[in-house]
Design a protein around this ligand. Structure first.
Ligand SMILES: [Zn+2]
Length: 336
């Protein structure tokens, strides 16, 4: 299965908290996406790995993800190691995404920045042909390098390179977040488990406030912020320009779609080259050089591009060694 976007998080719920509105918008534009959790989040103060896995699948269903995979790297103690990088490379090569989303480069939780570096590096090394990986059936995987890697901004208020308007998708994003009932505030069960920085109602209020702050510079209600790993390019100056009050974005989003950078537009197929003109392709005139002067020797009509082999066959014929052959290509319109 190939997908357009692979959204990666070290913990189940990272993607839901910080990039799920964007994924919903992209899905509405026709792009497919899958989710990859690097760990099971077993160090979370509330819930368990098993419970978080069930919650994660429920959240993936709400978002409409094509799949959700989990690598089971050790939460909190995973290393930036060749072994862990190759596990991510295998997933990238399996699904061949054009865009990868990953954790913030710097954040309150130390796992986030470390995971971000691991994923960014895996995206690069996945493109190297001499790094061999095999799929689950033992077949060698083809190299694949995503076109772009974007960090979604998480807890720490980093400055985004761009934001995505998620206003129509904010409610569904919050539904996906609340699927992680063990982690976040549940009004029906407010005292469930130890209190953490993300378990109170104020954290959900913060999520809303953060989305409003990201949206403010673009005059939209809710947004998510992203940081690129290189300078984003645009193919249209209307990119990011909100036209009128109807919610349509310029720059090719279409139908109320997102302000898509040209980098993440689907590649357009170029027209195939025109076929060669039918009929005579011209001819090859062969001249024999002997005793300082040349003599026209033979004319070979060209039926295809194998003219050099035709000359070679003549050269192999039994000619005196004092004679050498030269050829001259005559175009079709001058060969008659
Ligand atoms: Zn996290």
């Amino acid at each position: 299965m190939k997908i357009d976007i692979l959204a990666v998080g070290i913990h189940p719920d990272d993607v839901e908290l910080s990039a799920s509105g964007t994924l919903l918008r992209q899905a509405n534009l026709g792009y497919s996406f899958g989710l990859l959790d690097l760990s099971l989040g077993e160090l979370g103060s509330r819930g368990s790995a098993e419970l978080r896995t069930l919650e994660a699948q429920a959240a993936a269903d709400i978002l409409g993800a094509a799949f959700r995979e989990q690598l089971d790297l050790p939460d909190g103690f995973f290393a930036h190691s060749p072994e862990n990088m190759l596990k991510i490379v295998r997933v990238i090569r399996q699904y061949q995404p054009h865009i990868v989303l990953c954790n913030a480069p710097d954040d309150r939780h130390p796992d986030h920045g470390r995971a971000a570096k691991l994923v960014v590096d895996a995206c690069f090394y996945s493109g190297l042909i001499k790094i061999e990986t095999r799929d689950t059936e033992g077949k060698v995987q083809a190299p694949w390098r995503p076109k772009s890697v974007f960090h979604y901004i998480q807890d720490k208020q980093l400055t985004p390179d761009f934001i995505v308007d998620i206003t129509p998708y904010f409610d569904k994003k919050m539904q996906a977040i609340l699927a992680f009932g063990s982690q976040f505030y549940d009004p029906n069960n407010p005292d469930d488990g130890p209190r953490t920085p993300i378990s109170g109602k104020e954290f959900l209020d913060f999520m809303e406030a953060k989305a409003r702050v990201f949206g403010r510079p673009a005059q939209v209600q809710f947004a998510e912020g992203f940081i690129g790993t290189r300078t984003p390019a645009v193919g249209n100056l209307f990119f990011g320009v909100k036209l009128g009050g109807g919610g349509d974005w310029g720059g090719g989003g279409g139908g109320g779609g997102a302000p898509l950078p040209s980098l993440i537009e689907k590649p357009k197929k170029s027209a195939p080259p025109p076929p060669p003109p039918p009929g005579d392709l011209g001819c090859l005139k062969i001249f024999a050089f002997h005793s300082g002067y040349s003599k026209y020797f033979r004319r070979i009509p060209l039926k295809n591009s194998r003219s050099s082999s035709q000359v070679a066959r003549i050269s192999d014929s039994k000619l005196p060694s004092s004679i050498c052959l030269r050829s001259k290509l005559v175009p079709a319109n001058r060969s008659k």
